[in-house]
Design a binder for this molecule. Structure first.
Ligand SMILES: [Zn+2]
Length: 285
């Protein structure tokens, strides 16, 4: 086609196209905002798993056997005791009370320690309280503890080189020694160690017959009785089992005949035979 009709047709056609496009554009709904992509489950970060620690194996606890011998002085190991023996064992002849039935432990200065007044005193052996005295001469505050030999390890008893039982009652002594009333009855086949702790700071709080364990605090180092400086006087004897001592005293006008008799039985009669305390501790080195 050509001429004016053709031009009109072209215009008409262009108008129809524009009208169609306008209709189409109005027919398309407005685009909705695109929602954010939903992360697929596969994109969900896996939770961080804290691996559980492997089960801790229960430690096998081997019980430490209780020591048979303990240091009688707090903070002092048994091997250190030999360094503070200020007056060693020096046994008297039979019937005499001097020079020294036990061993004295004392120091003015030891490492950072200055003075020993009030230092806790521990039981060197487990046992039962066999005697107590409260501020009597010459021991001052005193505790006596019995340990039957059959409760001690056999190798320890062997190393003590104990004297055979040779009770020597009756005995003679220049000391005033009234007879013990009632006299002791005993079986020499059943023997015990007896440890006497003297010049203690405090009146004894333990009771006669009370059980004590090795290393148990029983009092403190003091300066009571016949003592001019604080120290621990320790006596070790072997004698018949089961003896319970009443108060013992001597060298003092207030000592009763019974107290004198008890003192002489312990110290002089020979029924309770002396042992160097250091032998007890040396056996542990
Ligand atoms: Zn002494």
């Amino acid at each position: 086609m050509s001429g004016p009709l053709c031009t009109a047709a072209r215009i008409l056609t262009l108008g129809m196209i524009l009208a169609f496009l306008a209709a189409c554009s109005s027919a398309v709904p407005a685009a909705a905002p695109t929602p954010p992509p939903t992360p697929s489950p596969s994109h969900t970060p896996a939770p961080t798993l804290t691996p559980s620690p492997p089960p801790t194996p229960t430690p096998t606890i081997t019980p430490t056997p209780a020591p048979a011998v303990c240091s009688p002085l707090d903070t002092f190991a048994i091997p250190q005791l030999t360094e503070i023996v200020s007056n060693p064992f020096n046994p008297p002849d039979p019937g005499l009370d001097f020079p020294h039935h036990g061993a004295d432990y004392s120091f003015y200065r030891y490492g950072s320690r200055v003075g020993m007044l009030g230092l806790p005193v521990h039981a060197a052996l487990a046992g039962q309280v066999a005697g107590i005295s409260e501020n009597r001469m010459p021991f001052g505050n005193m505790i006596l503890i019995e340990t039957p030999l059959n409760t001690l390890p056999a190798d320890l008893v062997a190393r003590l080189l104990l004297p055979t039982a040779q009770p020597t009652l009756p005995y003679t002594s220049p000391l005033t020694c009234p007879p013990l009333d009632p006299p002791l009855s005993y079986s020499p086949d059943q023997r015990s160690l007896y440890l006497l702790y003297a010049h203690l700071q405090d009146p004894p709080e333990v009771q006669l017959g009370q059980a004590v364990t090795c290393g148990q605090p029983i009092n403190h180092v003091g300066n009571t009785g016949n003592s001019i400086n604080e120290h621990l006087h320790l006596e070790v004897r072997v004698g018949p089992s089961g003896v319970r001592f009443g108060s013992m005293a001597h060298y003092d006008a207030s000592a009763s005949p019974q107290e004198q008799a008890t003192y002489c039985t312990w110290r002089i009669s020979g029924l309770f035979q002396m042992i160097d305390p250091q032998r007890l501790f040396a056996s542990q080195n």
